[in-house]
Design a protein around this ligand. Structure first.
Ligand code: GLV
Ligand code: MN
Ligand code: MN
Length: 411
């Protein structure tokens, strides 16, 4: 039988069209969760889904669902495919958007080629995957899987003091059916790898077996504001000095603890943030990731010990707050074999691998059979304006996704 293929020009032009929304000067994209750019991107995909005649709906956190149902009498649960449109502050064109638009291309192809699957296929655009504006990450998918509740999220603010519930109100004005419960039976997400493994091994497709665990902490350092010109060095309670020591010690100890541990201080805010005031309060974010829960527990203990040391050495207290814990997960073995089979049949080289990054598929794997497909990205760079995926790899990945969805319909 002749291989069914996606329309590659249509896929690539959709990706580059969405990349214009929130375009940055050095090739990247800034489309923060629940921002105006996020809303514009969602309006665009709603327009494309309406053109296809998909049945659209939205839930109370702004996740959007677009369902292709060929067999109107089918009671089968749908195959969910999708990812996210929100980006990091200096994000790339492909993180998330590729997964959404590859999902759309699969549905466009199924429709165009009149491939009538028994199971509905549902494109999903998850809200706030990145979590860089509003914590936690994977917010939309964690809400969908009942892991977090909306009432606890509405009052959270971004760094400018804007309430999530106010931003969300614009998404609630989208003219879409509101849903309460969805009948989704499985989920598959395609994404750029965001690391160097596939490129280094010269493989086309990553078959993702699971994802490492990650934890997010905030640490507030409390000292005392004072005058920079008059306060003697030995009596200061300077939170900038304290946090700088924390960062160096934490990074060095993390490197020694385990080579696979990832430990990052990504944001530092000092108050009042004035040249001539010794800073009496500072806040940092900490991101730690590893597949082994024991290593994560060990680095948390190290963090506590460094904070105790800092209290004595710099007279600065540290208040540690745990913001979220995402466990290490394994994806569905059946879906993993279907992806492998799809790669082999089309003739793409592949590699089974664990995801270092977090993805909405991690949330979904708790409640339904879930899988992920990776494609390489240049130099393994992501969360950067330099992020790049080639057309050839994006087309290959999308063809694997199409074949996988067709095979999942039979299972
Ligand atoms: C999301 O991109 C994450 O892994 O933090
Ligand atoms: Mn992503
Ligand atoms: Mn990301």
């Amino acid at each position: 039988m002749k291989e069914i293929k996606i329309n590659h020009n249509r896929l690539i032009s959709s990706i580059y069209e969405i990349a214009k929304i929130g375009k940055l000067p050095n090739g990247g994209v800034r489309r923060l969760a629940f921002s105006k750019n996020d809303l514009i991107a969602k309006k665009k995909i709603i327009e494309w889904c309406k053109e296809l005649g998909l049945s659209l709906s939205i839930d109370s956190i702004g996740n959007i669902f677009a369902r292709l149902q060929n067999n109107k009498n089918s009671t089968r649960k749908s195959i969910g495919i999708g990812s996210h449109f929100d980006t990091q502050p200096h994000g790339g064109k492909f993180d998330g958007a590729y997964g959404v638009l590859a999902g759309l291309e699969v549905i466009r192809t199924l429709k165009e080629k009149k491939i009538n699957l028994e199971k509905p296929v549902e494109l999903i655009i998850w809200s706030n995957e990145e979590g860089c504006r509003y914590t936690p990450p994977l917010m939309g998918s964690l809400f969908f899987t009942n892991t977090i509740k909306l009432k606890n999220l509405k009052t959270i603010k971004d760094s400018k003091g804007i309430l999530l519930k106010d931003e969300l109100s614009f998404f609630h004005k989208l003219d879409l059916k509101k849903i309460l419960k969805k009948q989704i039976g499985s989920f598959i997400e395609i994404h750029i790898e965001q690391g160097p493994i596939l490129e280094n091994l010269n493989k086309s497709i990553g078959i993702v077996t699971g994802a490492q665990g990650s934890r997010g902490l905030n640490i507030d350092f409390i000292g005392e504001d004072s005058h920079s010109g008059t306060t003697p060095m030995n009596i200061r309670k300077d939170t900038v000095v304290a946090l700088s020591n924390f960062v160096v010690d934490f990074t060095n100890q993390a490197k020694k603890l385990d080579k696979d541990l990832r430990a990052t201080v990504g944001s530092i805010i000092t108050f009042p943030g004035s040249r001539n005031t010794v800073s009496g309060r500072s806040s940092i974010t900490v991101d730690i990731r590893h597949k082994d829960i024991n290593i994560l527990n060990k680095i948390e203990t190290i963090i506590q010990k460094i904070c105790q040391k800092i209290k004595i050495q710099f007279k600065v207290k540290a208040k540690i707050q745990k913001k979220y814990i995402l466990p290490t997960v394994n994806f569905d073995s059946k879906i993993i074999s279907i992806i492998k089979k799809s790669c082999d049949e089309i003739g793409y080289s592949s590699k089974k691998m664990l995801s270092g990054a977090g993805h909405d598929a991690v949330s979904l794997s708790k409640v339904m059979p879930t899988g992920m497909i990776f494609i390489p990205c240049k130099n393994g760079i992501s969360h950067s304006e330099k992020e790049f995926a080639s057309n050839k790899d994006m087309i290959a990945g999308c063809n694997v996704l199409l074949k996988t969805v067709i095979k999942m319909n039979r299972n």
